[in-house]
Every structure is written in C-alpha cells, then in structure tokens.
Design a protein around this ligand. Structure first.
Ligand SMILES: [Zn+2]
Ligand SMILES: [Zn+2]
Length: 168
C-alpha cells in the first residue's frame, strides 16, 4: 500500500463521514509529513535485498502484535481474516470466529454488529473478555485502507463503548 493511496482514501472518507473529518485531516497531515521525510515506500522491498533482514526490520521479533483492526481480504469465494498489528504494521493471518484477545471460540459469545452507515465495517465483539475489534471487509470495499477506515469509523467505537465493550 502506498502512502499516497492512504492519503487519497482519507480525503474521500472525510467527505463521506463528516463526524470523523477532523481526525482524518490530522492523519493526512501526519502521513504527508512522513512521506516527505522518507521518500519511497518502506513497505516495498528494496530491489535485490535479502528477505531475512527486511523481514526483521518490518516485524521486530519483540513485537507482541497487538491488533489494531481485523482485515478481511478476498480469497477465492470468501475472505481471509488478517489482523493488522498496531505497533509494527505487520498483517498476520488469524482464525475467523476466535476472539483475538482471550481465545474464546464459542460463537454464541462472539456477537457481530453492523451499522448501515458503514457497510464494509463490522464490530466483532467478545462477551467473555468484553473487548472488540473492528473488521474492515475488503471484499465489500476494495478501496478501503484499514488504518484510515478505522479512523473514519470512530462512531462505531463510541457505540461499542456504550455497549460496554472496551478497546484493547
Ligand atoms: Zn507487530
Ligand atoms: Zn475475548
């Protein structure tokens, strides 16, 4: 994902979700400043580089991979559930229908909530540990940029908090 795509997406969502416009604008300014400071996309493997040091660089071995959001990526007829690490930006595959925080697998304790305003985002909650994660569904909106759409859907976080679900 290139930084400019994320900035374009933030601009697009600013118009669609005025309630989150201020935070998205802040994100854009921050991302633009980072782009200017670091030319080139750090997620792009440098040509000819060995894979081992690069992997070590983007995924520090001491990172606990606390998930920021879940990402549903199209795969065949369905989707693969990935979790995006808040600290290092790594995406790693995670089983569906399992709470990423406490490991609950009983689907009756894992309610999913959706809102009309965000057709490609859902709240995956856990009634055992009372936490939740937002899932950005790229099969429904291929232009979504997980960390940007996460900011745009702050209304869902407020709703989850009202229902008694805590963030990480
Ligand atoms: Zn990480
Ligand atoms: Zn849980």
């Amino acid at each position: 994902m290139s930084g400019s795509h994320a900035i374009d997406r933030a601009l697009e969502l600013e118009k669609r979700y005025p309630a989150a416009a201020e935070m998205l604008r802040y994100y854009r300014e921050h991302a633009a400043a980072q782009e200017a400071a670091k030319p080139g996309d750090r997620h792009q493997r440098p040509r000819g580089a060995e894979s081992a040091p690069w992997d070590a660089c983007v995924s520090p071995p001491d990172c606990a991979h606390t998930p920021l959001v879940a990402v549903l990526r199209p795969e065949g007829e369905g989707a693969r559930r990935m979790l995006l690490c808040e600290s290092c930006g790594t995406e790693y595959e995670f089983r569906r229908l399992v709470c990423p925080f406490c490991g609950e697998e009983d689907h009756t304790k894992l309610p999913v909530y959706t809102a009309e305003e965000f057709p490609h985002i859902r709240i995956e909650a856990c009634d055992t540990c009372h936490r939740y994660i937002k899932a950005i569904d790229l099969t429904r909106d291929g232009r979504a940029v997980p960390e940007v759409d996460d900011i745009a859907s702050v209304a869902l976080d407020l709703w989850a908090a009202e229902k008694g679900y805590g963030d990480i």
